[in-house]
Ligand binder design. Structure first.
Ligand SMILES: Cc1cc2nc3c(=O)[nH]c(=O)nc-3n(C[C@H](O)[C@H](O)[C@H](O)COP(=O)(O)O)c2cc1C
Length: 178
């Protein structure tokens, strides 16, 4: 009996759990229709933890996360934001000799974006408002920092991520095997 349980766990339950784990990474989409409503402190902490734990070259962790929750500030940056939407602005201090800073911050952005969707929130990455953030709201960032991107998180209607996502290039057009 014990042997049977171990076999079922190893060959059925655990592979299924692994597939579930990959699901929110493989199938995600940039939310379009956010809803008004509060993101809980626990949800926000989970999403930020994903950013904190992102990988970076030589583990330099060059990023800072500015969490914009003040509705006035949020709407000045994203005018169509809904009440309760939160913007996580990822910034870093540009350094001429550390070429991977933008990539590092991009990975933190992606981790935040995916973690939000994994816990049932909507998320969308933005670089469009970076000029505004870096000119009008520079004083909200740590001294010397430049904003690289932001992730908007918030409540969203439950949608099927497979159909909600825009089309992607076909795998056989962008992958080569040697
Ligand atoms: C680096 C980056 C910058 C983006 N900037 C914006 C933006 O400024 N405004 C916007 O509405 N969406 C922005 N997006 C969202 C993309 O348009 C979206 O991820 C892409 O079209 C795929 O959509 P889908 O996931 O729904 O298929 C950005 C995405 C990335 C990765």
């Amino acid at each position: 009996m014990k042997k049977l349980i171990v076999l079922v766990m190893t060959f059925i339950i655990m592979p299924l759990m692994a597939q579930d784990g990959a699901e929110s990474i493989v199938h995600h989409y940039a939310a379009r229709n956010f809803l008004a409503g509060e993101v809980s402190k626990e949800q926000l902490d989970t999403v930020l933890t994903a950013g904190v734990n992102a990988p970076s070259a030589m583990n330099r962790q060059p990023w800072h996360f500015t969490v914009a929750r003040n509705p006035k500030l949020v709407k000045q940056i994203i005018p169509d934001a809904k009440d309760g939407n939160i913007l996580i602005i990822v910034s870093a201090e540009p350094k001429a000799n550390e070429g991977s800073i933008v990539l590092d911050c991009g990975l933190a952005v992606e981790s935040i974006y995916l973690a939000a969707q994994a816990i049932g929130l909507g998320s969308r990455i933005y670089t469009g408002p970076m000029n505004t953030v870096n000119s009008k709201f520079k004083n909200e960032l740590p001294p010397g920092h430049t904003a690289i991107a932001l992730v908007r998180i918030g409540l969203v209607e439950k949608t099927d991520a497979v159909t909600a996502a825009s089309n992607r290039k076909a795998m056989d057009k962008i992958v080569t095997y040697k």
